[in-house]
Ligand binder design. Structure first.
Ligand SMILES: Nc1ncnc2c1ncn2[C@@H]1O[C@H](COP(=O)(O)OP(=O)(O)O)[C@@H](O)[C@H]1O
Ligand SMILES: [Mg+2]
Length: 383
């Protein structure tokens, strides 16, 4: 999400005219992009031994511990788990979008290339071209002083050698693809002029404007009302099918997981405590925490007026079909979980002590204990 340059402002993008424009609903990956031709099942991302920790008052506090997973083209991997379990932090670390007090180790292979430790310029070119992120709060992810059209144009031009007119056409195409009711108007609007749901769609349009091979959607529907939520999820499903992108869907909503995911990784206290295909996890959750999460599912999915929406009951019935189960070791998972809990509480106690010592030494008023100050730089770039 780059700051639109003075140059592109001078281009003052206009809504491209109707003639010769492709129907956005039938949109295929853009010919201006440099996107690989992915086939379903191609490995897009492989994460091995990923560790993320934060330096807090001279102690390293783990936020993600020994994560291992892969995501393939045309596949949705759901990362689920309670708030604070490390879903956002681990996913943002894939793109180097972490505060300065973070330390990351392990391996992140994107299309066969190592991303961890790559230079800033390489990571920047990956962001937005090969990998896109949909943030939880679209207002903070969009620049309030530029129109939606300008921002998407900038994203397109940052990565593709296209003319302003071609970029504008592409931007409008994306706004149509996300099914905004009036894409031309949205194109000319500033973020605050759109509703929350429309802003979310506009951000998704921006995120997808370079046909990313990997999409990371972090709680994409949390802030939206139920009808819009269903539409956005439908959109993500369609984009996976149309563009064959690999998708990491971060959510604490098991109803959404049942609806959309092919595979699931359950996170708790920084670790993946259980992983498997959706059917396996729903039919035979091994970890008590997964069982707890699943207990909430029957309450979800009611009140849907839209017949086209995937019926959660059907999704769950399919998911609980007992075929194709792969045996997993519950004992091993429990041992890991205990080890993790111990490690985490040791680190937390240490951090708390250090913080107490530091505050008793200093009588200075704390001016940055709110979430913003404490976390330092936010996970995403700001202007
Ligand atoms: N800048 C930071 N400094 C210290 N700890 C952090 C920072 N950012 C996040 N954390 C901690 O990392 C852990 C994981 O957070 P996060 O990935 O945001 O959880 P979630 O699963 O809800 O997305 C939490 O315990 C959080 O407090
Ligand atoms: Mg999060």
């Amino acid at each position: 999400m780059a700051n639109p340059s003075a140059e592109s402002n001078a281009d003052s993008p206009r809504v491209p005219d109707e003639r010769g424009r492709r129907k956005a609903r039938d949109a295929q990956p853009s010919s201006h992009g440099v996107r690989r031709n992915l086939k379903p099942g191609d490995e897009v991302l492989r994460v091995t031994g990923l560790h993320v920790e934060f330096g807090v008052d001279k102690a390293w506090v783990p936020a993600a511990i020994d994560l291992n997973y892969e995501v393939r083209a045309g596949e949705v991997l759901a990362l689920v788990g309670e708030s604070g379990s490390g879903k956002s932090v681990s996913s943002m670390s894939l793109l180097g979008l972490l505060p300065k007090n973070a330390r990351v180790s392990g391996s992140v292979m994107l299309n066969g290339r190592e991303v961890l430790g790559a230079s800033d310029s390489v990571v920047r070119s990956i962001r937005g071209r090969e990998v896109a992120v949909i943030f939880q709060e679209p207002m903070t992810a969009m620049n309030p002083v530029y129109t939606i059209g300008q921002q998407i144009i900038e994203t397109v031009r940052l990565h593709n050698p296209v003319s302003p007119a071609q970029a504008a056409e592409r931007a409008l195409e994306m706004l149509k693809l996300v099914e905004l009711p009036d894409p031309e108007r949205a194109f000319m609007s500033y973020p605050h002029q759109l509703s929350g749901g429309q802003r979310q769609r506009a951000m998704i349009a921006q995120s997808l404007s370079c046909d990313p091979e990997l999409l990371i959607a972090d709680e994409p529907t949390t802030a939206l009302d139920v009808t819009v939520q269903a539409e956005i999820l439908d959109l993500i499903r369609n984009l996976r099918t149309k563009l064959n992108s690999a998708i990491i869907l971060i959510t604490h909503d098991m109803g959404v997981v049942a609806d959309l995911s092919d595979r699931i990784a359950v996170m708790r206290h920084g670790r993946i405590v259980e992983t498997g295909d959706a059917r396996q996890i729903f039919s035979n959750p091994r970890h008590p925490y997964t069982q707890e999460l699943l207990a909430a599912v029957p309450h979800l999915g009611h009140g849907s007026a839209d017949a086209a929406e995937v019926d959660l009951t059907v999704a769950l019935a399919q998911a609980t079909n007992k075929e194709d189960l792969v045996p997993m070791s519950g004992a091993e998972i429990r041992a890991k979980e205990a080890e993790n809990a111990a490690e985490l509480s040791r680190a937390q106690i240490k951090a708390r002590r250090a913080a107490e010592e530091a505050s008793s030494r200093s009588l200075k008023t704390s001016h940055d204990t709110g979430p913003g100050g404490k976390w330092g730089k936010p996970h995403h770039q700001r202007w």
